[in-house]
Design a protein around this ligand. Structure first.
Ligand SMILES: [Zn+2]
Length: 192
């Protein structure tokens, strides 16, 4: 019985906002900044291009998801048809559990562009092979890494408030872990 219903709209799913990729970000007024572009605002009715994303890029995307922009009280669920996930979407990587669907991520790109994505983008990439725009992937890989001083400074300079994504760690532990990882990454980059 459940199988026959799996593709039907689920009543507890909140409507997910849809915005075309690379359109101007207008979703949450107090988070609107110049040059901010939408990425990954998918819903059930708009088709999207698919491609398998490399494990390296998925890992970087995960790190961005540790920093939440525009944290809300409620959770959005995946609205894509036939999604096997129902309820709150959680992922665990390297012992870190993140609850996704109630915040956004920010990625800083070239020419002062800022990319705004729901943190469910991690789910869309991982489970639904959503193909992120090329310029967004370049920004993911070349922008200031989340947790680095430069990243936090860019958020501050743009007056974008952030918080730690809901997880199984305390806020202090999460900050320490992210900073340690960012420093290790920066150090290895410089020495190579
Ligand atoms: Zn899904």
């Amino acid at each position: 019985m459940q199988n026959t219903l799996s593709c039907s709209p689920q009543p507890e799913i909140k409507p997910v906002a849809y915005f075309p990729d690379l359109s101007e970000y207008t979703y949450i007024k107090h988070l609107c900044r110049p040059n901010t572009l939408n990425v990954g605002w998918l819903d059930a009715t708009h088709p999207f291009e698919k491609e398998k994303t490399s494990a390296e890029v998925v890992s970087i995307l995960w790190d961005y998801c540790k920093y939440s922009i525009g944290q809300t009280r409620g959770f959005q669920f995946c609205g894509i048809n036939c999604c096997e996930y129902s309820g709150t979407i959680e992922y665990r990587r390297s012992g870190v559990l993140l609850k996704l669907g109630s915040a956004e991520v920010r990625v800083f790109g070239a020419a002062d562009k800022i990319y705004a994505a729901p943190n469910l983008v991690y789910h869309y990439v991982s489970e639904h092979d959503y193909k992120m725009p090329d310029e967004f992937v370049i920004a993911l890989m070349s922008g200031p890494p989340p947790g680095s001083d430069e990243y936090l400074e860019r958020l501050r300079a743009s007056n974008i408030p952030s918080s730690m994504t809901l997880s199984n760690y305390t806020r202090e532990e999460a900050i320490r872990r992210i900073r340690t990882a960012a420093q290790a990454k920066g150090g290895s980059d410089r020495s190579n």
